[in-house]
Write a protein that binds this ligand. Structure first.
Ligand SMILES: Nc1ncnc2c1ncn2[C@@H]1O[C@H](COP(=O)(O)OP(=O)(O)OP(=O)(O)O)[C@@H](O)[C@H]1O
Ligand SMILES: [Mg+2]
Length: 247
């Protein structure tokens, strides 16, 4: 079976600073893999290398068997199959929710206005903000804005979704709505690579949890293993800090 994502000996330098130091991992179709780890450990850089928002310095990245790091690859074609959701929702402030979900469909996929609108409404309904089609981002809560951003990604019919701390910017009471949408996507079989500190989500939804520290993968295994019974001291220390921040 072809992996949905295969990362082979990935290194990334920013100047002299080696931020990813030989990452190897795979994500299979339909799997949900959560990446956890301290600030600065390279989680966002790893995700950004998977859709070439960052260019790897060394190593290979494959998406559905297509090598992204091959200089001859049609990167726009590969990127169209990958949805990305960021901590900051990055909606266009001067466009309504509906327009935000239509625009890339029209520009990138060349869908007509009617079709783009139908697809946008379907996806806004799916994430529970169908009633907010005509609202501008400033008129929406953070949780609603993030769900519009998810709808925008889904409207492009991606094979794969990357999430970079999608709930970190949200007030605590809004986190659940976004996680519910992500859980539903996972249940529908979407392949997902998710950077998150939501350990409940990782435990319940992830097939695997990857703990990164200092640009390397320290542990990679089932959630019950990595979160419930970590083998490495670094993992235990990190989890303790996340699960007991008040101490
Ligand atoms: N564009 C860039 N130019 C230079 N250095 C960068 C750049 N992006 C990231 N870095 C550095 O790479 C390292 C890893 O950053 P990265 O954002 O991947 O960490 P992270 O694990 O996502 O952290 P956080 O949990 O805070 O989001 C950090 O030392 C950061 O300063
Ligand atoms: Mg980050």
């Amino acid at each position: 079976m072809t992996h949905a994502i295969e990362i082979a000996d990935l290194h990334k330098y920013f100047g002299q600073n080696e931020v990813l130091k030989g990452i190897r991992m795979t994500v299979d179709p339909g799997q949900v893999v959560c990446v956890i780890g301290p600030s600065g450990s390279g989680k966002s850089t790893l995700l950004r290398c998977v859709n070439l928002l960052e260019v790897p310095t060394k190593g290979k990245v494959f998406v559905d068997g297509v090598e992204l790091t091959d200089p001859d690859v049609d990167i726009d074609a590969v990127r169209r199959r990958i949805g990305m959701v960021f901590q900051q929702f990055n909606l266009f402030p001067h466009m309504t929710a509906l327009q935000n979900v239509m625009i890339a469909q029209q520009r990138v996929l060349k869908r007509g206005k009617k079709e783009a609108e139908v697809v946008a409404r379907e996806n806004l309904d799916k994430v529970g903000v169908g009633a907010k089609c005509d609202a501008y981002p400033a008129q929406l809560s953070g949780g609603q804005q993030q769900r519009v951003a998810i709808a925008r990604a889904l409207a492009m019919n991606p094979d794969l979704m990357l999430f970079d701390e999608p709930t970190s910017a949200l007030d605590p009471e809004l986190v659940g709505d976004v996680l519910t949408v992500m859980r539903k996507l996972a249940e529908e079989g979407m392949t997902m690579l998710v950077v998150t500190h939501e350990m409940g989500f990782a435990r319940q939804v992830a097939d695997r949890v990857v703990f990164m520290d200092g640009g390397v993968i320290v542990e990679d295994g089932e959630p019950a293993q990595v979160i419930g019974d970590p083998q490495q001291e670094r993992t235990r220390t990190f989890l303790h800090r996340v699960l007991h921040p008040e101490e």
